[in-house]
Design a protein around this ligand. Sequence first.
Ligand SMILES: Nc1nc2c(c(=O)[nH]1)N[C@H]1C(S)=C(S)[C@@H](COP(=O)(O)OP(=O)(O)OC[C@H]3O[C@@H](n4cnc5c(N)ncnc54)[C@H](O)[C@@H]3O)O[C@H]1N2
Ligand code: MOO
Length: 415
Amino acid sequence: MKPLRNDCFALPPGVNWTPVEEALERLRSRLHPVVGIDRNIPLAQLNGRILASDVHAPRAHPPSNNSAVDGYAFAGPLTEVPCTLPLVEGRSAAGEPYTGRVPAGHAIRILTGAVIPAGVDTVVLEEDCEVIDGQLHLNGTLKAGANLRKAGEDIQAQDRILTAATRLTPTQISVLASVGIGAVDVYQRLRVGVLSTGDEVKPVGAPVTDWQIYDANRPMLSALITQLGYELVDLGHVLDRADDVKAALERGAEQCDLILTSGGVSAGDEDHVSKTLKAHGEISNWRIAIKPGRPLALAMFQGTPVVGLPGNPVAAWVCALRFGAPAMALLAGGEWFEPQAYLVPADFTKNKKPGRSEMLRARVRDGKVEVFGSEGSGRVTGLAWSEGLVELDESAREIEPGTAVRFIPYGSFGL
Ligand SMILES: Nc1nc2c(c(=O)[nH]1)N[C@H]1C(S)=C(S)[C@@H](COP(=O)(O)OP(=O)(O)OC[C@H]3O[C@@H](n4cnc5c(N)ncnc54)[C@H](O)[C@@H]3O)O[C@H]1N2
Ligand code: MOO
């Protein structure tokens, strides 16, 4: 694990507005995994963790030929019908295989998941045949191998079943279990600090006056971090005082692999996050051609990367997803990702200015994408209403009902 370079967020001089694609490419090319490896983590603790190495199957899946249905097994194919086959004594059930050999011209009772006994290779569904006095009566033809699941048809022993950098979800955990793997090596959880700033901001529960607002960003970002599978370090809230901001960042640098701050990153007199990062770290104030989320500060502070999100909750959310989520995936040992977007007809009208891409709070209903009525960056109700974002690229102008637009469901960001 090598540390990030101090100048990893530097932008070339003279660049004012960074297009979204360029900002993303910069992050992708300058970041790399910063976490160590946790060895032998058991299945029960793997959900959301990121594989540190490729995984190979120690055995095949399924391990032996077995029946896909409840029915009767015989040697196929069955071409001449009607046909009657005598049934042998006994049966093959899941967990209780038939150990003998079925003689030629005979059939045997078999249940779903049971090993196919020697001498037979084809299974007829019990609904498609009749048993009368120990004889199996068949009326329909069947190909050899019908209703049989072949050994290794899903996974062969030694196959690579999962690759390093895969984020494990319930479905991948099932694959591991299917071949008997009870523990794997995963990256240590990325420790992400979340810090709120602002003299007007008060934590929920504290007494407030009219000029104060509750801290909506920290609980939102904390929930995001947890849902993405990272370890949350709550760095609390600090007032716009240089010393307090510095002390909080120092705590963060000690305890975290990445710090997310919100507020204090535009150019105002009270934008102490920017100022502190400038005085004590290497900061690059990115002005990204995106709405919302124009001001984004990226910095290295005492060896730890800091993403300074805008204070407006909508902008903080959009930036945390669009730039933060892929960056965190990469730092955490996973793969950089471009969120999967779907082209969906718009159910709205919009006259967009060129030059900036726009992210609108959106959701799909009846195959059309709706956007929230207000684009105000402080409107938290639109966040709660939305199920994803519509991304309009820099060149987009007139959107009319029916225009195909890119809808990115929140699931595409790993939520
Ligand atoms: N002259 C300019 N002014 C502003 C610009 C600009 O480019 N030039 N950009 C605007 C945009 S866009 C945004 S976004 C904000 C970003 O400003 P900051 O990141 O410095 O954020 P603050 O000024 O501290 O706060 C903005 C807004 O958000 C509220 N806020 C802050 N923290 C929280 C929180 N934890 N929970 C809820 N709400 C929060 C804060 O009260 C402000 O209303 O700058 C614009 N101005
Ligand atoms: O771009 Mo600001 O980020 O509108 O809210």
